[in-house]
Design a protein around this ligand. Sequence first.
Ligand SMILES: [Zn+2]
Length: 145
Amino acid sequence: MDWSVVLTFTYPQEAYMAKNYLESEGIETFIQDELTAQSGMYANAIGGVKLLIPTDKLEQGIEILKEGGYICPADLYREEEIKIVKWEKGMDKTCCPFCGSTNIGKKKDPDKIMVYILLILSVLFPIFRSSYKCFDCQKVWKYKK
Ligand SMILES: [Zn+2]
């Protein structure tokens, strides 16, 4: 069976709450990196405790976690979802490098709510500073020289 990470947690007890909730809704779950996280030291280095569910249940699991209040908008912009785009001279930063759309996060009149979310995220998580978001294909990326 294929498993996918549905959420990551800093603390194992948070992961167990979400695990119990998903299992009460009939979704099989699996917790990874729990022992490492309990030992404390490397928890941040490995990205915390991962809660996995079968890949074919991923969308259903995300919906259930949203309904239960386990997923907030910040969780939808996890660090690993930021794509690193190699910066090359002459690249057009006003276009999405994936779909070519100009409807991206640094445009003058983007989706106000999304900009607000990105603003909050950039305060909470430094990695979101200087990252861009495409409002057409929903990708988040940053440029690397
Ligand atoms: Zn795009």
